[in-house]
Design a protein around this ligand. Structure first.
Ligand code: F6R
Length: 242
């Protein structure tokens, strides 16, 4: 696992954008594995600017997102499809027909999981996967206790995760209770992985990750099974590491 330590979120976002841009410039039809949430947002903003300045093109790029809430349609402002369109896809020259997320409103959700895993194999696996990390060590929506051999599946969200995400809703009652997520084994199919962590609220998780113990109670520790992981961490998120 490589570690890139940055002074703040801004520098972390630029480092992430550098890695994604280098990937696309080396292979124009790269497949990106994407995440939602605060961690990659600055990186997406940076990539939007670079795309507008013709430093990178998304014309031939495809993407596969990690997860989607169950019960929120693509038009719902808190759905991950809406998040991705609004914060990234609508502002770059990507072909939106080549951007994929799990279908959280599929009439048969088990079938939706099978279809998404098939999509990962058909389109991907991603050349590069972006991850954030939950304070409890989740990656995607693989909560503590998730099997390291899981593929795309339905999860019940931990109360702490719903609490953390309630900031985007009017109240915690509106936060969906379930989601579809790539499993740990789906995530580990990616050729390269970048995990971004910023701020004090991630410091415990980063300390625990760098302690190096592999344990299903701490999903991010599954990344030790992958040969090409880069951790981009800012000073605040690193502050509990000796
Ligand atoms: C998002 C996702 C989650 C987030 C994690 C951190 O698609 O899969 O695992 O990456 O909850 O969220 P932020 O970045 O908002 O702190």
């Amino acid at each position: 696992m490589k570690l890139m330590l940055t002074k703040d979120y801004d520098e972390l976002s630029k480092c992430g954008a550098d890695l994604i841009m280098a990937q696309i410039n080396a292979k124009q039809d790269s497949v990106l594995g994407l995440a939602t949430g605060s961690s990659p947002l600055g990186c997406y903003q940076e990539l939007i600017q670079r795309c507008q300045n013709n430093l990178v093109t998304f014309k031939y790029v495809s993407s596969l997102n990690l997860d989607e809430y169950i019960g929120l349609s693509p038009e719902h402002q808190q759905s991950y499809r809406y998040f991705m369109n609004h914060h990234f896809f609508n502002q770059i020259n990507i072909n939106q027909n080549h951007t994929y997320l799990p279908n959280g409103v599929h009439p048969n959700l088990e079938q939706a999981c099978i279809e998404y895993e098939t999509k990962i194999d058909q389109v991907g696996p991603p050349d590069i996967q972006i991850l954030g990390i939950g304070a409890n060590g989740h990656i995607g929506f693989n909560e503590p206790g998730s099997s390291f051999s899981s593929y795309t599946h339905i999860v019940k969200l931990a109360h702490s995760t719903r609490q953390a995400n309630a900031r985007f809703f009017r109240s915690i009652d509106e936060v969906p209770t379930h989601a579809i997520t790539m499993g740990i084994s789906s995530i580990l199919k990616s050729k390269k992985i970048i995990l971004m962590a910023s701020g004090q609220q991630k410091a415990e998780a980063i300390k625990r990750l760098l302690d190096g113990e592999k344990n299903e109670q701490f999903p991010a520790s599954s990344l030790f099974d992958h040969p090409d992981v880069t951790l981009i961490v800012d000073k605040e998120a690193y502050e509990l590491v000796e």
